[in-house]
Design a protein around this ligand. Sequence first.
Ligand SMILES: Nc1ncnc2c1ncn2[C@@H]1O[C@H](COP(=O)(O)OP(=O)(O)OP(=O)(O)O)[C@@H](O)[C@H]1O
Length: 458
Amino acid sequence: MSCNEVAIQINRASKVYPVYDRPHHRLFQMLSRREKSRWFREFWAVRDVTFSVSRGETLGIVGRNGSGKSTLLQMICGTLAPSSGDIDVRGRVAALLELGSGFNPDFTGRENVFLNGTVLGLTRQEIEDRFDDIAAFADIGDFIDQPVKSYSSGMYVRLAFAVAINVMPDILVVDEALSVGDEAFQRKCFARINAIRENGATILFVSHSASVVTELCNRAVLLDRGELLGIGAPKAIVSRYQKMLYAPADRLEAIRAEIRAECGVSGAPVKQDPVSVEVRQMAPSASSGELEEQDELFFDESMVPQSTLHYESLGAEITGVRLETPGGKRVNVVKADREYVYIYNVVFRQSASAVRFGMMIKTVTGLELGGGASSTLTDSIVVVESGQEFEVRFRFRAHLAAGTYFLNAGVVGRVGEEEGYLGRCIDVAMFRVIYDPERLATGLINFDIQPSFRSAKA
Ligand SMILES: Nc1ncnc2c1ncn2[C@@H]1O[C@H](COP(=O)(O)OP(=O)(O)OP(=O)(O)O)[C@@H](O)[C@H]1O
């Protein structure tokens, strides 16, 4: 599929609502026979918006509350008709709009899966074929046969997301819904969104989270008061959005004009590569400073990743994955800026050469923050015999903000003539960095910034 193929073309789309200042004005309007008498004001939820989205693009939509994001998405999904203008959508659209839309509350989860699948254009047989995958992804147990009105918001999102991503949409529309699930489920969803994107689908993503938009999207649009203020690279759009969010009221108009001038609709989509950090050689660990055993660091058994993916093993099996303090206590709830050891065992099922081990730490959205390899190719283990077992240890300092993180593990080497992953596990473990009110570092990564200040001479 070509990236330049247009998936969505929006041409001067508007949505205008009549707004009545008094309830009885609505009645007057209904009874009014004269064309000119008007008992309402017009409210433009979306006004004269034009842009296109190429197939394969991931487009972020940002804007303040009430800026028209949901209205625009609903028009793209066909659940709301524009008052004027055209919206041309090419392909099957699966949408995860606000909680509450999409499912019939009196029907069971199972019935809603069939209803939703049919609305999305699947035959009964196609839905039956996918039902087990949908139920497994949602993972809500027997609730699948209960009416959805008895669901918690988390269960609702699980099922809605399971349907949306299992119908193999050409266009996937996600409106903030993900923020309802827990981190393990969010990670599973982001992993699936990435897979759908890699398959060439187009994704529209409404989010208030600057980091999600900059990590996931190739391009972003900024809506304000129903108008398209700007379109461009996610970083540029998100920084303008934040400038607007924190602007004093009397500067808002000037900032809107500035944004329009700087990044008003123009030109072709800006392609940006997803951020990826690949570490060839593990950096020497920072000063070790033995960690005292802390009572508040512990192992929470309920923290199990739901997006774990074991690649087909090519001779090396990764087991016993765990995180420990340097003193050997198993943990997954940790404190920032302390040292931990990421450990896994590798059993070789066939002999291999040029063997190296690796790890990666990622955010919930899948952003690769950093990792390490046990050695360079020239220093790799020359030969490993079949049946040999290794314990691999990566000691690292968790220079991270409070939040949940996911870990990969991998073994690279050569079997015969073939070089590649002999074993690889994605999202094989997760850990949570607890909030520390004393921490001065801001942002995701602690760069060990040393602040100082002094009174400057006049
Ligand atoms: N049926 C309606 N009648 C009148 N006004 C409406 C209607 N639906 C939406 N609006 C208004 O249109 C504007 C845009 O709403 P919309 O829900 O699209 O904004 P949004 O950017 O998605 O907001 P949020 O971030 O708060 O979800 C809002 O001011 C909303 O009050």
